[in-house]
Design a protein around this ligand. Structure first.
Ligand code: AMP
Length: 210
């Protein structure tokens, strides 16, 4: 089984949903820089305050801020991990390599842009456990209430059409170059994300050999 995994893909491509299932099945921690930055923002830390204006504008948070929190977290994970939303720039990938992290696989969940905006504006997630829903295609049983833990469902402030379009611009300009970066290292698995959630999961399971 490949246990040091990077999950890559555009915003709304299904990374968060797949990450939850994969980490449960593989018994490895789910490390999401988006979740870490949102937690820092909620707690009102200096990092959270600095990150807020970038997140709200749909831009990437500067590399040095993100690299710092990830390096600290990874140093305590010896038995593998699933990185969700990191690295997002070549500089972040270089920092990961320089830190001596040996990645086993990079899974790219690919979804065409025209489907992403629709997915994101209909997305809601649990404020308590982070479970993700889609109002039309994957609704919670009871509107506004999480099936998993009963928490209230919320929509992320950056999940609106204007900010999503800026996040897509950032993705294509800054994150997509990582596809070639990891392809050249023989680590890339390309997965069609325009399919049912369990079909996508199965494709990833085969790639990661578990
Ligand atoms: P996500 O939850 O992965 O969609 O991330 C939400 C927002 O957090 C992004 O739009 C960025 O502003 C910020 N962010 C998350 N991960 C990173 C990263 N690796 N580098 C820079 N910014 C990030």
């Amino acid at each position: 089984m490949k246990k040091r995994v990077i999950l890559m893909g555009p915003p709304g491509g299904g990374k968060g949903t797949q990450a939850k299932s994969l980490t449960a099945a593989m018994h490895i921690p789910h490390i999401s820089t988006g979740d870490m930055l949102r937690a820092a923002r909620r707690e009102g830390t200096e990092l959270g305050k600095q990150a807020d204006r970038y997140i709200s504008a749909g831009q990437l948070v500067p590399d040095d801020l993100v690299n710092g929190i990830v390096a600290e977290r990874l140093s305590s994970e010896k038995d593998g991990y699933l990185l969700d939303g990191y690295p997002r720039t070549i500089a972040q990938a270089d920092a990961l390599e320089a830190a001596g992290e040996k990645i086993d696989a990079v899974v790219l969940i690919d979804v065409p842009d025209e489907l992403l905006v629709e997915r994101i504006v209909n997305r809601e997630s649990c404020g308590q456990c982070g479970a993700v829903y889609h109002k039309l295609t994957m609704p919670s049983k009871k509107p506004g209430v999480c099936d998993v833990c009963g928490g209230a469902l919320v929509q992320r402030a950056d999940d609106n059409e204007k900010v999503v379009r800026d996040r897509l611009v950032a993705y294509h300009a800054q994150t997509q170059p990582l596809v070639d970066y990891y392809k050249s290292r023989g680590l890339l698995f390309h997965i069609n994300g325009n399919a049912a959630v369990d079909v996508v999961f199965e494709e990833i399971r085969k790639a990661l050999e578990f």
